[in-house]
Design a protein around this ligand. Structure first.
Ligand code: GLN
Length: 487
């Protein structure tokens, strides 16, 4: 196999080459580093490329493979979103506030991957503190969509999505608070899985909204999604919200048909204003699912329409509390102008945070303040319960729900930056899942004018196997995941 082709492999394809000694991890990693050097000027998916670390880890992986002790991800090169802590390697959250922050510890997910001798290529760009849907809120640079570099990759995990789509890594890890794995996966034509809240440890993920945040795989196909989930799921005493449940081998769920599966199509996910091409692609995908043996029926989730409003109370409220730690005293950016401690703290926040982060802190502080708490925060929590109950009821009737991931395909850079509400509306189909804490996956489901469309499956709490099965059967029946952007 030509060296330049190694970068385009999936994880499971690379595993075969590594195990049969047709390629070494050093060769694979070298091919990826070459690809990064060639493509980054066009895509800007990385904030840091950890070349030396990667080459060293690849050698260690090759020794382990030679010893016959390879784990499923040994020697596999990956990218981590830059809000996942990596010991000794900058973790910026795309914020001036953490521009010089070098964590003294590893996130649990990275600990798990590195214990398998997976290879870190570098850290991926994101919207500052994962707040955004286009990666344009990065304090350092926007990432561009590999399918059309005048367009956004989605966000906030735009770096990971673009890197996987452009073959600048074999897979990436992102985080999803309100759609940040699934929406960029959809817009870049890859697979993005948001696991059940608590299935993957959040230890070492820089907190945005702690009751919603969840880490998950961003991969080139569904098999890889299952493989990576196998590696990162599981109980962690360092995360008090981590679930203590048995973890199965998710690859066992991958079956080529959907016989006996009951799928619901919630009518609220086909809203006015969504792109007709997206609706058409999703309707066609639903026919494919029926052809695979699933029974499909329309259903209704009337409370979904409040999910976006609930999210924009709860997520900023939690963010305002989480981001209070950036005071210029403990760590991160600190300004030297300011006569008093309070003035220095104020100026640190003024200079360290970008406009979207400030907007969220102000929204959240307002929603939590005395006199408004009952009207906003408490009410939002009550509606959250209704949304959760509504999903639970739907899953008595259906094994999974099917919907578009995003109402539109990738939009032009700058198209929505002036209007936060337009930007927020991008998340209408992804946010209800986070509110309910359930898992969901986005898989490639066609193109509109050469731009990828994402199909979303949602399942009940800990229903990852159902999700992966549905997504895999659909993927195997279609060719969408095989298309590559021409860069
Ligand atoms: N786009 C949403 C927001 O701006 C979701 C972000 C995320 O999932 N991290 O908050």
């Amino acid at each position: 196999m030509a060296k330049s082709d190694l970068a385009s492999l999936t994880v499971h394809q690379a595993r075969k080459l590594l195990d049969s000694r047709q390629a070494s991890s050093a060769e694979l990693t070298g091919a990826l580093l070459d690809r990064i050097a060639a493509i980054e000027p066009k895509v800007d998916a990385y904030l840091t490329v950890t070349r030396e670390v990667a080459l060293k880890q690849a050698d260690a992986a090759d020794m382990r493979i030679a010893a016959g002790e390879a784990a499923p991800l040994t020697g596999i090169p990956l990218q981590l979103k830059d809000n996942l802590c990596t010991r000794g390697i900058p973790t910026t959250c795309s914020s001036r506030m953490l521009e010089k922050f070098v964590p003294p510890y590893d996130a649990t997910v990275w600990q798990k991957l590195s214990s398998q001798n997976a290879v870190l290529l570098g850290k991926g760009n994101l919207d500052e503190f994962a707040m955004g849907s286009s990666t344009e809120n990065s304090a350092f640079k926007p990432t561009r969509n590999p399918w059309d570099t005048s367009r956004v990759p989605g966000g906030s995990s735009g770096g990971p999505a673009a890197a996987a789509a452009a073959d600048e890594c074999l897979f990436a890890l992102g985080s999803d608070t309100g759609g940040s794995i699934r929406q960029p996966a959809a817009l870049c034509g890859i697979v993005g899985l948001k696991p059940t809240y608590g299935l993957v440890s959040r230890y070492g993920l820089v907190a945005f909204a702690s009751s919603l945040d969840q880490i998950g795989p961003m991969t080139k196909d569904v098999t890889d999604s299952a493989l990576v989930l196998n590696a990162i799921a599981g109980h962690d005493p360092c995360d008090s919200t981590s679930l203590n449940v048995p973890i199965s081998d998710y690859t066992k769920a991958l079956k080529p048909d959907l016989k006996g599966m009951r799928l619901g199509v919630p009518k609220e996910y086909f809203v006015q204003g969504m792109e007709p091409g997206v609706e058409k692609a999703v309707r066609e995908a639903i026919k494919v699912l029926e052809g695979l043996g699933a029974t499909v029926a329309e259903t209704s989730l009337p409370h979904s329409r409040y999910a976006l409003a609930v999210y924009y109370i709860l997520a900023p409220s939690e963010a305002s509390a989480n981001l209070a730690r950036y005071d210029g005293v403990k760590y991160g950016f600190s300004t030297s102008d300011g006569q008093t401690m309070w003035e220095a703290m104020e100026k640190t926040k003024q200079q360290g945070f970008g406009p979207e982060v400030k907007r969220r802190i102000m929204l959240g502080t307002y929603a939590l303040s005395a006199g408004y708490y009952d009207a906003y925060y408490l009410r939002a929590q009550k509606v959250r319960t209704l949304i959760r109950q509504e999903f639970a009821k739907a899953f008595q009737e259906f094994d999974a729900l099917v919907a578009p991931t995003s109402p539109s395909v990738a939009f032009a850079l700058g198209a929505k930056t002036a209007d936060p509400i337009q930007m927020y509306l991008n998340d209408v189909f992804t946010i209800p899942v986070n509110i309910a804490g359930i898992p969901a996956i986005s898989v490639p489901a066609g193109f509109v004018d050469g731009l990828p469309v994402g199909l979303q499956f949602m399942a009940k709490h800990l229903g990852e196997e159902t999700l992966l099965r549905a997504a895999y059967a659909y993927e195997q029946a279609t060719e969408w995941h095989k298309h590559k952007p021409k860069l």
